[in-house]
Design a protein. Structure first.
Length: 140
């Protein structure tokens, strides 16, 4: 059974909860979710730091992350989570893949940069950094 951590903007809180249900009931994944601030309490810097550290630990114990990128939106914190997951050799699964696949169609091990790095994780980071503007324009 694959263990996945859901990563996404809190603007998609309700959608992430529904997606977690679907992943467990249809795909058979074991889903680790975010902690939701259901009472909309103010969050201090210290609390934010603790929540972020806990979320990165969730990524550590997962096989992969599941990025909720509704409308192609990926915020700066989720970008950090993706980069971290890739650096740890985790699989990154995107909820909305059609537009993303269009953008990364040329991102394959046959690409010349992969041949230079021989490391898929580093190649991915290089490609994302070099194409960040294009990615944002295409999916945003």
């Amino acid at each position: 059974m694959k263990v996945v951590t859901i990563c996404g903007s809190m603007r998609f809180e309700k959608e992430m909860q529904k997606i977690a249900w679907e992943l467990e009931t249809t795909k058979g994944y074991s889903v680790i979710q975010c902690v939701y601030n259901v009472e909309n309490n103010a969050i201090s810097k210290e609390q934010t730091d603790k929540l972020n550290a806990a979320h990165f630990k969730k990524i550590d114990i997962s096989d992969s992350i599941y990025v909720v990128n509704i409308g192609g939106y990926i915020g700066s914190q989720v970008e950090k989570e993706i980069e971290y997951a890739l650096s740890e050799g985790k699989e990154v699964i995107y909820h909305e893949t059609e537009r993303l696949n269009k953008v990364v169609a040329d991102m394959s091990p046959d690409n010349y940069q992969y041949e230079r790095t021989k490391d898929w994780v580093n190649f991915s980071k290089i490609w994302i950094e070099q194409n960040r503007g294009r990615i944002t324009e295409e999916i945003g």
